[in-house]
Design a protein around this ligand. Structure first.
Ligand SMILES: Nc1nc2c(c(=O)[nH]1)N[C@H]1C(S)=C(S)[C@@H](COP(=O)(O)O)O[C@H]1N2
Ligand SMILES: [Mo]
Length: 415
């Protein structure tokens, strides 16, 4: 029996145990409907624009003002991020229009005509190649669900919501050509160790990536996002996807890949790291196990004591989520949560636990164990692992606590 089957069985049992008492909702008596009327059609009815959500849904990305997040290592002061509203998320897929955005050239979004776009692969290859978008789509495609996360996704005590504390991650289905197919077509020469990927911006958004990662099965040259063309802010018409590594590797608006023997200190590598020694520059840090509770989370209010579903997202750059545990007493005791979604490797995974809140104060926490057996650290463990000067380079995967007050208000529990 696998984890999901086991979780399902536990879930069914829990349902039987509660059958005599509704978890939530009110029971109807005969003759009572209690329903509101079906909305009337009126003169204002119009066709909805492509992808427009209901006017009652208020989810939106928020802008992280440059310089406000102490986590940025951006000597140019241009970094900005749009943050995903994780508190509103359900399931594991982030709508493309709510995918977080990070762009080192400020708010600049290249306006690329795909008919004119080209991808060049050159450097230490037998046959330098140039591909049109149409040619790239003739290669066998692959679709996979993967998260991306910026290593600036560093929760701070001042962050009020889970969006502010952890909204620099999203999870999408990405479609494209495995990069290894294209590199094999070009014929990588002996002695090559790195690729330099370049974007079509004025600052080129370049990043230097180990060749071994570029050749692995997960690395994609992607043109599709959640069943449609990649959105401009996320790299239209073409981006690199290097799952499991910090998302700065996943170069957007991809126009050129140079295969090299030596490490190149690019604009973006330079912004992130202080050393030019490739053995010190940790370009190949796999992101660790991480999870956040999205409900109840900072800024939300539980209206009254009673049954609730504590839920959140867990992920790991090292593979699949094996287990998520929840504590309601600040980490003194832990209970295994249930997995409430399909489990993909290097992808957000939904977890949940039914909980009866009796109106007391609580500190809610979640922690993830991944398929390698790695356990998400506490803030103290994270701090002891990383010296202050190198914390900005680390994947900030420590536990994020939420404080639930007697009034039902939820606040950031980091100190
Ligand atoms: N060309 C280019 N690619 C880029 C960037 C950039 O500024 N330019 N930002 C990187 C960073 S820091 C991150 S976190 C991810 C964010 O991807 P997203 O904006 O699609 O969420 O893109 C990476 N790829
Ligand atoms: Mo980033």
């Amino acid at each position: 029996m696998d984890d999901i089957q086991r979780a399902r069985r536990r879930f069914i049992k829990a349902g039987f145990a509660l059958a005599s008492l509704p978890i939530a909702g009110s029971r109807l008596t005969l003759g009572q409907t209690g329903q509101s009327d079906v909305p009337k059609r009126d003169a204002n009815d119009k066709l909805m624009a492509y992808g427009e959500p209901s006017r009652f849904v208020t989810s939106e990305r928020i802008v992280e003002i440059p310089g406000s997040g102490g986590s940025h290592h951006d000597p140019f002061g241009l970094t900005n991020h749009l943050l995903t509203p994780l508190q509103d998320s359900v399931g594991i897929i982030t709508p493309a229009s709510l995918h977080y955005v990070a762009a080192h050239a400020g708010f600049y979004v290249p306006d690329i005509n795909p008919a004119e776009h080209r991808l060049m692969i050159h450097g230490m290859v037998d046959h330098p190649m140039l591909f049109t978008m149409e040619e790239l789509k003739r290669f066998p495609s692959m679709s996979r669900i993967h998260y991306l996360e910026c290593n600036a996704n560093f929760p701070k005590a001042r962050d009020k919501t889970v969006q502010e504390a952890a909204g620099r991650t999203s999870c999408n289905e990405w479609t494209g050509v495995p990069l290894s197919l294209l590199l094999n077509e070009a014929g990588v020469q002996n002695g090559a160790n790195w690729i330099v990927a370049e974007g079509a911006e004025e600052n080129k958004g370049t990043y230097c990536i180990p060749l071994a990662r570029a050749m692995d099965e997960y690395c994609l040259v992607a043109y599709g996002q959640n069943g449609e063309a990649i959105r401009p802010q996320n790299g239209f018409p073409l981006r690199l996807l290097v799952p499991g590594l910090e998302a700065i590797n996943s170069v957007k608006w991809l126009r050129r890949i140079t295969v090299t023997s030596e490490f190149y200190m690019t604009y973006n590598n330079m912004g992130r790291y202080s050393s030019i020694d490739p053995n010190i520059v940790k370009t190949d840090y796999v992101q660790g196990p991480k999870s956040v509770i999205t409900f109840p989370s900072g800024g939300q209010k539980l209206p009254s004591p009673g049954h609730y579903e504590i839920t959140g997202l867990a992920w790991s750059g090292a593979g699949a989520v094996r287990k998520v545990e929840i504590s309601v007493d600040g980490g003194k005791t832990w209970k295994e949560a249930q997995i409430r979604s399909a489990v993909h490797r290097i992808a957000h995974t939904r977890f949940g636990m039914s909980w009866n809140w009796t109106g007391e104060e609580h500190v809610l926490m979640s922690r993830c164990t991944d398929e390698k057996g790695q356990l998400q650290p506490t803030p103290a463990e994270f701090n002891s692992r990383w010296k202050p000067e190198s914390r900005g380079e680390a994947h900030p995967n420590f536990i994020l606590p939420w404080k639930l007050g007697r009034d039902g208000m939820v606040q950031n529990g980091l100190s």
